[in-house]
Design a protein around this ligand. Sequence first.
Ligand code: SF4
Ligand code: SF4
Length: 201
Amino acid sequence: MAETAQTAEESKDPRAIARMLHVATTLPDRQVFTKMDRASYTTVDYYRMACHLIFRCHRCGTCCTTGDPIRLKPEDASVIARHLKIPLNKAIKKLTIPDPDKPGVLDFKHILPCKFYDKNAGGCRIYAARPWSCRIFPFLGIYGSEDQVVVNESCPGSVETMKILTEVLDEVRSDQMNHPPYDPKEVRRAKEFLRQALSLV
Ligand code: SF4
Ligand code: SF4
């Protein structure tokens, strides 16, 4: 098996993820993907993907009970309507309001707390159909800073993830200090491994 080939175990192991991140960020996308390949990402993007893969939710409910807007993609409303077995227009009228800052974007109504949050039922009542903005939280958001990985201090899973990644990345860098330059194919495989974070949301 190739050294950076993806396995189920690796996709959960912080040290393996950190190693993939280390390898993936040794060359920019343009050196390992052709123009016909998918979108190009920055080093920071790969850090955010690695964080998303390591992240484990503590189910504390903070993100579901605070005041940040919960933004919906158009398909989110359809998925939720299907999940709740109600017509789409009814779901939009009942559950959403136009985002005041982003024309054409809908936000969830009633987010203090989110009306789907139920602490006694273990969290989100529409977990399988939760909006994209909930799936990408806290590391893959497109609305925050794009030039650094933002740790959300109110999210214990976010803080924990960055601590874990920092520790294991230090170990990996130390282990790989004298490693010769990685083959572009290996770098490409490491990037593809991390990109799975995007397909999980
Ligand atoms: S704040 Fe973070 S750890 Fe808590 S429920 Fe939300 S995502 Fe999970
Ligand atoms: S939809 Fe679910 S995951 Fe998203 S804020 Fe509401 S309760 Fe939380």
